[in-house]
Design a protein around this ligand. Structure first.
Ligand code: DQA
Length: 147
């Protein structure tokens, strides 16, 4: 099964959005890098982005039976979405929460995560490298369960 890499609101603007915080890499660049990293582990990738909470929820629901793991940057949904929380709660596969920026260094409303309680691992502040690290964590978790 492929790994699902899911991106929440505003991440389609990566590259031009607050580059001092999020860098100059585009989401298309992130996707290309993630595909290379995943292929090193023999994993296929389904890479998605939506500005709509319900769409993210539907991809998470699909991941329950169609994915080996989830790498998710829920973006602003992190900080308030009980729907994303509940969807992730139903998944029995590795989940890695990724934030490009170090959310703990920023406004206090970014210090709260409704996603972290469901996450196998949380990566924040590593820049877009966090996505590749997330893929590596999922691969590592899958090895643990198969050996
Ligand atoms: C983000 C951090 C969130 O607080 C913010 O709403 C985002 C991006 C990050 O990748 O650093 O949209 O998830």
């Amino acid at each position: 099964l492929p790994i699902f890499v899911l991106n929440g609101p505003n991440l389609n603007t990566l590259g031009t959005r607050k580059p001092e915080i999020y860098g100059h890499t585009t989401l298309a660049d992130v996707e290309a890098n993630v595909r290379v990293k995943a292929s090193e582990f023999g994993l296929d990738v389904v890479f998605e982005q939506s500005n709509y909470e319900g769409q993210i929820v539907e991809w998470i629901q699909r991941a329950r039976t169609e994915a080996c793991g989830i790498v998710i940057n829920p973006a602003a949904l992190t900080h308030y979405s009980i729907a994303v929380h509940d969807a992730l709660e139903m998944c029995e596969i590795p989940i890695v929460e990724v934030h490009i920026s170090n959310v703990h260094q920023r406004e206090s409303f970014r210090h709260v995560s409704f996603v972290s309680p469901q996450a196998t691992a949380v990566i924040a502040g590593a820049g877009v490298l966090g996505y590749e690290l997330g893929v590596q964590v999922v691969a590592n978790e899958l090895n643990k369960t198969s050996s």
